[in-house]
Design a protein around this ligand. Structure first.
Ligand SMILES: [Fe+2]
Length: 403
């Protein structure tokens, strides 16, 4: 029976014997911190900010709440839900000397790239890849309005370029400050809460159970595998999100649950920005490329196949996580690991997310494309605990009805 704390490494090793990197966004968290935006802009000397947001945030009255007291001229721009490099190039940067993001992941990613283009010119497409920025960006303050992507805590922006989703990853894209104010999420509808919250849940779980950093070849990007710092963050995030997601979906007025989800999603972003993610996100991105469904829904149908795929490499760790979350009292690891997968399925169903890829109209004929699109996602796959070149097809055959 496994008895280690999931926040520690399951495979031993002396802390510090193998070097690691960690960075974290400067964060203010708690009720009302969004009111500190003007003071934050003062800190960075920003006098003419570009505020990137979206119509939903404005319609909900959240935008006026956040930027109402800025006391300086601010240009407002509504970003699209699936930003492209062309959208970033069209930002009204003018003579902006700083960028503020008020919104979810798409808004924050658009703002990140806007702050890079404003500082260095060129087109957003020029910066696709890793460590491509020649210097610092304009000051960037991120104010998340959902509890999900954690983009306010990461060094990456996802954007479509020539019709394909691409990433820009650079430590300079990590915002200068995140104002994580749970009160901004109090009025979110259940649909947004379930999709964004499930994303946070998967960030925490995939980050916690990612390949250990000592087994990931060193590379420029800080997605270096699960390590003593990321595990502590993801374990805390997992408990917070697991204990609050259903509550916040069922009763949007449950403020304690909203606050826990807010902190949990932020810490999950901070965690995976250090560790990286894995096959579940790679598979969900492939699904998302083939059907027009929210990221959270694509994760919902990818989580069980991904966990089952990694089970041979992570049985002991899944068991420890299940016991630590208090969802298993099984004595044997195999049974406790199965309890973790069952709990993920139960949570998915409980919050009302789709159960299978078949619900999206995908079937056996789509397996080849899904496997192919998943295998090219190097960024995700090198931190997956199991070598994904092993038979991924076998895992997709069952959910897609190929007997
Ligand atoms: Fe995600």
């Amino acid at each position: 029976m496994t008895s280690y704390d999931p926040a520690d490494s399951p495979i031993g090793g002396a802390v510090g014997a193998d070097p690691l990197t960690f960075a974290a966004v400067r964060t203010r968290f708690g009720d009302g911190v969004a009111d500190e935006l003007a003071a934050e802009l003062d800190r960075f000397g920003v006098e003419r900010p570009l505020v990137v947001t979206d119509e939903g945030v404005a319609d909900a009255g959240v935008l006026d709440r956040v930027v109402g007291g800025l006391n300086r001229p601010a240009t407002r721009h509504f970003a699209t839900t699936e930003p492209s490099t062309a959208d970033v190039d069209d930002l009204p940067l003018g003579d902006a000397d700083g960028v503020v993001a008020v919104g979810g992941g798409s808004v924050i990613d658009t703002a990140k790239l806007g702050s890079a283009v404003a500082a260095h010119g060129g087109s957003a497409g020029d910066y696709i890849g890793v460590d491509t920025l020649p210097g610092p960006t304009l000051p960037l303050v991120a104010v998340p309005t959902t509890s999900g992507t954690g983009s306010q805590a990461t060094q990456t922006a996802v954007v479509s370029h020539d019709g394909v989703k691409r990433g820009v990853s650079d430590e300079r894209l990590r915002p200068d400050c995140a104002l994580v104010d749970p009160t901004l999420t109090f009025g979110l509808p259940a649909s947004v809460t379930r999709h964004s919250g499930f994303d946070a849940f998967v960030h925490a779980l995939e980050s916690l159970t990612a390949r250990d950093y000592r087994w990931v070849d060193e590379r420029p990007i800080t997605y270096q595998g699960a390590n003593p710092v990321s595990r502590a963050l993801s374990a805390r995030a997992l408990r917070l999100v697991h204990g609050s997601l259903e509550r916040a979906v069922v009763n949007g007025d449950d403020r304690e649950a909203r606050r826990r989800l807010s902190l949990g999603s932020h810490l999950a972003g901070a965690a995976f920005s250090l560790s990286g993610l894995g096959a579940v996100h790679a598979l969900a991105s492939s699904v998302g490329g083939m059907v027009d469904r929210p990221h959270g829904a694509c994760l919902a149908v990818s989580l069980e196949p991904g966990l089952r795929y990694n089970l041979p490499a992570r049985g002991e760790e899944y068991a420890a996580v299940a016991r630590w979350l208090g969802i298993s009292t099984a004595e044997h690891d195999a049974a406790a690991a199965a309890d973790l997968i069952d709990e993920c399925v139960r949570l998915r169903d409980s919050v009302g997310l789709p159960a299978s890829m078949e619900a999206f109209g995908l079937g056996p004929d789509d397996i080849d494309a899904l496997v192919e699109n998943t295998l090219v996602q190097e960024r995700r796959l090198v931190t997956n605990p199991r070598d994904v070149r092993a038979d991924l097809r076998e895992v997709l055959a069952e959910p897609l009805g190929d007997e």
